[in-house]
Ligand binder design. Sequence first.
Ligand code: E4P
Length: 217
Amino acid sequence: MKFFLDTADIDAIAELNDLGMVDGVTTNPSIIMKSGRDIMEVTKEICDIVSGPVSAEVVATKADDMIAEGRKLAEIAENITVKLPLTWDGLKACKTLSGEGKMVNVTLCFSPNQALLAAKAGATFISPFVGRLDDINLDGMELIEDIRTIYDNYNFETEILVASIRSVNHVLDSARIGADVITAPPAVIKKMADHVLTDKGLDAFMKDWAKTGQSIL
Ligand code: E4P
């Protein structure tokens, strides 16, 4: 399973990228707003660090304008993935941009039928938002299971990119279901290393080691 970072925080991206944990990055207008940076500049900086797909989202709502914005964003670097909302205009833009050989990430997906449409429009990635479904008492992971089944039934090549991840359990469930990619905030990725028994065990080893009076170096 590929790990994308859902952030425009350059330091966090560089830190985890150095550990080999970053297969790509996703951004959206809210993430760019939080960064306080110019979209073209910060996205270019991310593409210079990460060699995998870097999603940059259009903000137009009409297909022709989305296509123009998508072409401009794609000029930033070869690994740009144009991110488009799952609307009819977004699907039209997806068809055109993917036909030009550009990577496309169709975002704001909340139903299996939406995911089916995105695959038929040639999306490279579909981004179902699990956290936002959980927020309204629906089952985000059930959506991932449904999309996995549908894509496997028909051998669609569109990759399932689980988005709106809020917890380490979302990552684990995505892996169990066989999602292709997860995108998560850096804090969630780091939290995956935590275990109370690891901390407790290490503490006991350190105490016993101190009693030996030895040193390795
Ligand atoms: C990424 O592609 C999405 O835009 C992002 O995961 C949304 O996350 P949120 O629901 O926490 O804003």
